[in-house]
Write a protein of this length. Structure first.
Length: 121
């Protein structure tokens, strides 16, 4: 049995779920755009996550150095620079994109970008 924490309460989840969707929606899903992906594709995926009950979805764009947050019944919000991602659903979290990218080492400098080819410097 696995214990999942959701909204500060513990919920028991059996281990024998096989290959089915988890019956307990997660609070946060984060997708990182790869060079071969388009933002629109991940935005559609964010909508699918929310339809499945995910409370927040973040899309991280290492090239634009942005974080776009999706939540149900509202337009997505894009954060860049020192504008910190803050959310009442996750109290105490304050994440400015300008701190995330250098610390994570996500594509710090792109020297050349061609479709299907990326060279990091």
């Amino acid at each position: 049995m696995v214990i999942a924490k959701r909204f500060r309460r513990k919920i028991a989840c059996p281990l024998n779920l096989a290959d089915v969707a988890c019956p307990i929606p997660i609070d946060l899903a984060v997708e990182i755009i790869s060079p071969a992906q388009a933002f629109g594709t991940l935005a559609e995926k964010a909508t699918d996550y929310m339809t499945a009950g995910v409370v927040r979805v973040g899309i991280v764009d290492p090239i634009a150095k942005t974080i776009t947050v999706f939540e149900p019944d509202t337009l997505p919000v894009t954060y860049r620079g020192n504008r910190a991602v803050k959310d009442t659903h996750f109290p105490g979290v304050s994440l400015p994109p300008q701190q995330l990218f250098p610390q994570a080492g996500l594509w710090p400098h792109i020297e050349c970008f061609e479709p299907g080819k990326i060279i990091l410097a």
